[in-house]
Design a protein around this ligand. Structure first.
Ligand SMILES: [Zn+2]
Length: 213
């Protein structure tokens, strides 16, 4: 799973209904957290407690959290007021922490994963996933950044790019100005409620959509 917003149980349930894929919260083995804005990490509290209880009852493995070190360094600072059980609990009681490294690929869920920092106002990592000769690129949150788009597009079969109002996000008008060969591989995420899909020819990601590449 990439990022973990408050609404992740509902998103998983709806995705399951639309796709027909069984996606069980207790079966999630790996979560990549791109950054610590709430809409990307608030669900870690409920996921952490759910899996902590399940671990205590059954001995099942804790979920692995994969984060860029600057993100990991401040994660417990964010979660502790809700999760430290008055000092009795620590981050490793809930999650197994693994660092994403900009210098080398990580093996996550059978995929080779590389990361690169974006120009979002807090440490944020964009991602690339390689498996079976295919490459999926994930912008994470970022302002429009041609050098990041070059990194994402290199060898990519699918580019998931964010769009939202600037300056900390990417306006769709700038994505519309990209070369057609890049736009044809692109899907949009992180749209706000006012977003008009008719403002671009780049398709929006749909919850529960299964994409074959
Ligand atoms: Zn953000």
């Amino acid at each position: 799973m990439i990022d973990c917003p408050d609404s992740y149980p509902m998103a998983l349930r709806q995705a399951q209904e639309k796709s027909g894929w069984k996606i069980d919260q207790l079966a999630i083995t790996d979560v990549i957290v791109t950054h610590l804005h709430g809409d990307h990490c608030n669900g870690l509290e409920s996921l952490g407690f759910l899996r902590w209880l399940h671990h205590r009852e059954t001995g099942a493995s804790l979920p692995k959290l994969h984060l860029w070190k600057p993100v990991a360094d401040r994660l417990w600072e964010r979660l502790a007021p809700a999760m430290d059980q008055s000092g009795a609990a620590k981050l490793s009681d809930y999650f197994e922490i693994h660092f994403l490294n900009q210098e080398r690929e990580s093996l996550i869920g059978g995929m080779k994963v590389s990361c690169r920092g974006t120009q979002h106002p807090i440490p944020t990592s964009a991602l690339k996933f390689k498996a079976d000769g295919k490459v999926i690129a994930w912008s994470s949150d970022t302002p429009f950044d041609p050098s990041l788009i070059d990194w994402l597009a290199k060898d990519a079969d699918l580019i998931i790019h964010e769009t939202s109002p600037p300056p900390t996000h990417t306006p769709v008008e700038l994505l519309n100005s990209l070369a057609p060969k890049i736009r044809l591989k692109m899907r949009l995420m992180h749209m706000n409620d006012e977003f008009d899909p008719a403002s671009t020819t780049i398709p929006c990601l749909q919850e529960g959509e299964v994409i074959s590449i």
